[in-house]
Ligand binder design. Structure first.
Ligand code: 5GP
Length: 126
């Protein structure tokens, strides 16, 4: 399977520092920043620094180090925001949209981390 990556997408520009972002955390393999149009009191986007279009592209092609680094950054954010429901936190939701059915807007793989209030049903049928 081949994936076509558009290196002019907005998150690629953020990674190249061509447009600003409000960074929350970073490591060698991933960057976390605040969503420009937050859907919850805490709405973070976590993106790999490598060029991957979506979740399945990342799973297929990222190295173990990239995958581990990505997950470690998510874990760091869960910890820093006191979200884990096993340690007195009140939980969170992690979402990744892919393609047309997932209604993905930005074609650089990312995970939304949502928290700060009850996030609501998984899906509201339109
Ligand atoms: P998607 O629908 O692709 O899963 O979500 C893309 C997300 O990126 C949206 O929640 C949108 O608000 C956010 N977004 C789009 N452009 C920018 C930007 O320039 N900066 C930041 N911080 N977030 C953005």
């Amino acid at each position: 399977m081949s994936y076509t990556y558009d290196n002019q997408n907005i998150f690629a520009k953020i990674l190249r520092n061509e447009i600003p972002n409000k960074t929350a955390a970073e490591n060698d393999h991933a960057l976390a920043f605040y969503d420009i149009n937050p859907a919850a009191p805490i709405h973070l986007l976590i993106i790999p620094k490598g060029a991957y279009v979506n979740y399945d592209d990342f799973l297929n092609h990222a190295s173990i180090e990239e995958k581990t680094g990505f997950d470690q950054l998510i874990l760091q954010l869960i910890s820093e925001n006191n979200l884990t429901s096993f340690d007195g936190g009140r939980g969170y939701r992690v979402i990744s949209n892919a393609g047309a059915w997932g209604m993905q807007e930005v074609p650089h793989y990312h995970v939304h981390l949502l928290a700060g209030e009850p996030i609501g049903p998984l899906r509201v049928k339109s």
